[in-house]
Design a protein around this ligand. Structure first.
Ligand code: DGJ
Length: 803
């Protein structure tokens, strides 16, 4: 062995070695380990195994002992008769020299060969990250990141592969990427270049991924992988709601609060690929990167190709702890710029209130009502430009419809500002309708295969962002829109997936570059606009969460999580996001009832209680709500403002225990100082009667702090008791009759708030047994009402430190 590479984060170590043969052997990724001369807080060290006997002795336990190659496995070379690459844990691997598992890279050479043999050449530790020219990067300063760079060289070709490992020690996260550089005389074809490969010396791992569809994003699925290949991937052209580029690997018995687990993110907004393969020799391999399907890239002499960054986060304390590290990482190193640490404004969005049917007057009416309830930002959604009365026309024509907005964006923004609110606007710049001046002028700017019929999604086509002139057009058009008034916020939408992928500007042999060039083009546009408008709050959107990934979050600090605003569906969706994304990036709105996606009615309180665990907005016609609901919303907005700092910066806990067909969500967010926490219980459909006992379980409160836990008292509409009202009424009241409605109006019933004071230790260890819930045997003020789709918030605040 030649060199040992040691990467340390606060609670993990990542170790690999360069062998005498030049291969990088992966040795350990998990709980911290130590070596003589390497302090535990040293983020990256290179140890020379040929010089240091003491390190050699200590490291011996990490190496597999090999004398002979197994069975019919291949021997790498006569010089190393025991070296069978298929039976090694490797940092990177390639087809052609005996390892037939998922490779890290595939390259086709001039002679048609696809065999690669990259061997170790050099390594160095740098105090700063190497800048990538084409891909967004986790942002770090000298204080929080150290980078290990390892250079490999292909044995028979002048190709250099640089592996980058950026250690973000405080967040227990290591970020990997790879750069391939052609130093030779002939072009090569890259058929795959992954971002990370991680080999495990065991099988039977649990692979968790998050799949879905429109309005059904981020549904978690677990698979125990003890044979074959398990793949999470998309060909949508965007990171997609079909398969989010966040996956987890864990031991099968890992739970929310115990056991080892790993989280992997890809900073990429296009076709991605995450695969876990079980090899023949008790090993598993994860690869993550650009989807190799439909991808190829010609790398000419002197050129370099960068793979997107892939993150690896380890936690030995279950998925809850893993999420905390990942949330911190996203908040500190992915989200950046002016809005990184700023509290986000509560907004009203015009979409579900008006859809395409509005004019300035209608918008201002909505804005006035929104201002009355304390909302801070007014967002004009789709429909304000061209001749856009429905979704069949005008995308690409970014001039205001003067019938709707006679004074343009500037006048409307001014009037909204005069009400004391910020103004925001919706755009979908990557798209074009065939029925638009833009398309009529530049039909070749749309993605399409000449001479072939194009498949459309939502009546629209995608602009070819691989072309510089199209990118320039978008940047200029958007600059004009964002400068037309005082624009504080932009919702950047993208409402279809790709078809007929082709660019007329690329030669036939380079069409395999299309998808990736599109993503590079998008990042270039976003980079330019964020630089021009650093104070605009960008919210990403793609029919809801069809492009929810850390790549886009490097430009847009928040994303609209789903077009599904049904509170109960949303709870599931937001719980899914919570594994890999903090609430501070998840747009969540209270909408009208019955819900427009499910036609379900849920209480206004539940709609708020779910949205309050994200970035709160309202998306309904406030002008049509009864005064009672307006008053309720005023209270909600005020409450959110008091707690949004905790929601935006705290540690998120998933605490529900589902069972007996019952699905519910119990969430807690505790601020970092452990002084305040907000707790939400959201019930779904409870299939059983008589469940009157509930205990709130807590985690992560300061043991020696005394807390007050309280809930708000709540008026009860006696109509929820239906005919039972006759149990207490002196006369018989017919359900839903005039009398029933009158009684409901004047007879006030209340569910009392609860309040307790005890220390964090008691809450963490024993939980809190709540008032009995209504169970068909009686009701008084001290009874909780827990019906289908109800919910309740509890507020936990420090009273005193005991010691
Ligand atoms: C899809 C988005 O997800 C919605 O919120 C809305 O903005 C529509 N597009 C507008 O067309």
């Amino acid at each position: 062995m030649k060199k040992l590479f040691v990467l340390n984060t606060r609670n993990s170590s990542y170790i690999f070695a360069a062998s005498a043969s030049g291969h990088l052997l992966h040795l350990h990724y998990g709980r911290p380990v130590s070596f003589p001369g390497v302090l535990p807080d040293c983020p990256a060290a290179i140890l020379d195994l040929t010089q240091d006997d003491e390190v050699c002795r200590e490291a011996a336990v990490l190496f597999e002992k090999k004398e002979f190659a197994p069975g019919n496995g291949l021997v790498y070379a006569g010089e190393y008769p025991q070296l069978c690459l298929e039976d090694e844990c490797l940092e990177v691997s390639f087809y052609g020299k005996g390892d037939i598992r998922e490779p890290f890279a595939e390259i086709a050479y001039g002679n048609g060969s696809r065999t690669s043999d990259f061997l170790f050449e050099s390594a160095e530790v740098m105090p700063e990250q190497e800048k990538l020219a084409t891909m967004p990067q986790a942002a770090g300063s000298k204080d929080d990141v150290t980078q290990l760079r390892v250079v490999l060289r292909e044995r028979y070709h002048s190709l250099k592969l640089v592996l980058l490992y950026s250690v973000f020690a405080e967040c227990d996260t290591i970020v990997r990427s790879a750069v391939l550089i052609n130093e030779g005389e002939e072009a090569v074809q890259i058929e795959r270049l992954m971002s990370l490969q991680l080999d495990f010396d065991r099988t039977g791992l649990r692979f968790s991924h998050f799949t879905g569809a429109w309005a059904r994003e981020m549904s978690r699925h677990d698979h125990i992988c003890d044979s074959g290949l398990f793949v999470n991937r998309t060909m949508a052209g965007v990171s997609s709601n079909r398969a989010n580029p966040f996956v987890m690997i864990s031991d099968p018995d890992t739970t929310e609060s115990s056991g080892e687990c790993y989280g992997f993110h890809l900073l990429y907004s296009g076709n991605h690929y995450e695969a876990l393969e079980t090899g023949p020799y008790e090993k598993s391999r994860l690869v993550s990167g650009i989807n190799p399907h439909g991808f190829s890239w010609e790398l000419k002499p002197g050129e370099r190709f960068e793979s997107p960054e892939g993150t690896m986060t380890f936690c030995a304390e279950g998925f809850g702890g893993l999420s905390h590290h990942i949330h911190d990482f996203i908040r500190k190193h992915i989200v950046r710029g002016y809005w990184q640490e700023k509290e986000r404004p509560v907004l009203i969005n015009s979409w579900e209130a008006n859809y395409f049917k509005f004019d300035e007057g209608k918008l201002l009416k909505l804005a006035k009502r929104a201002k009355e309830v304390g909302i801070e930002l007014f967002v004009m959604d789709d429909g304000w430009f061209g001749k856009r009365t429905d979704d069949t026309s005008s995308l690409g024509d970014w001039e205001p419809d003067t019938k709707k907005l006679p004074g343009g964006i500037g006048r409307l923004a001014g009037k909204i500002n005069a009400l004391g609110m910020e103004f925001g606007i919706w755009v979908e710049p990557e798209m074009v309708n065939v029925d638009s001046d833009c398309y009529r002028k530049h039909p070749d700017w749309a993605v399409q295969i000449p001479g072939q019929e194009h498949s459309e999604g939502r009546n629209q086509r995608i602009l070819d962002l691989t072309r510089a002139e199209v990118r320039e057009y978008i940047i200029e058009a958007m600059t004009k829109v964002f400068s037309a008034g005082n624009v504080a916020y932009v919702k950047w939408d993208m409402n279809r997936i790709f078809s007929d992928a082709y660019s007329v500007a690329l030669p036939p042999e380079r069409q395999g570059e299309f998808y990736h060039r599109y993503v590079c083009g998008l990042y270039e546009i976003m980079g330019a606009l964020v630089e021009r408008f650093p104070k605009i709050l960008f919210e990403g959107c793609a029919s809801g969460g069809n492009r929810f990934d850390p790549g886009i979050l490097c430009y847009m600090p928040q994303i609209w999580a789903s077009d599904n605003t049904d509170a109960y569906c949303r709870a599931k969706i937001q719980q899914g996001y919570s594994f890999g994304y903090p609430p501070s990036v998840v747009g969540a709105h209270v909408s009208g009832c019955p819900n427009h996606q499910t036609l379900r009615n849920t209480p206004l309180a539940t709609r708020f209680n779910v949205a309050a665990f994200g970035l709160l907005g309202y998306e309904l016609n406030l002008c049509e709500l009864p005064d009672k609901e307006i008053e309720e919303i005023k209270g909600q907005v005020l409450l959110y403002k008091q707690w949004r700092e905790v929601v935006g910066t705290g540690d998120f806990y998933r605490l529900s225990e589902d069972g007996d067909g019952k699905v519910e969500y119990c969430w807690m967010i505790t601020d970092k100082a452990k002084k305040r926490a907000i707790y939400g219980v959201i019930t779904g459909v409870n299939p059983e009667a008589g469940r009157i006992y509930r205990k709130l379980r807590f985690r992560g409160l300061a043991e020696d702090t005394r807390y007050q836990v309280s809930s708000l008292s709540k008026p009860i509409d006696i109509k929820i008791f239906g005919g039972l009202v006759n149990m207490i009424a002196p006369i018989h009241i017919k359900k839903d009759s005039l009398v029933h409605n009158l009684v409901a109006r004047y007879v006030k019933m209340t569910e009392a708030g609860e309040s307790y004071i005890t220390c964090g230790r008691n809450l963490n260890h024993c939980g809190l047994k709540l008032n009995q819930a209504y169970g068909g045997t009686g009701f008084n003020e001290q009874t909780r009402i827990e019906r289908d789709f109800t919910s309740k918030l509890y507020f936990i605040e420090e009273c005193e430190r005991i010691f």
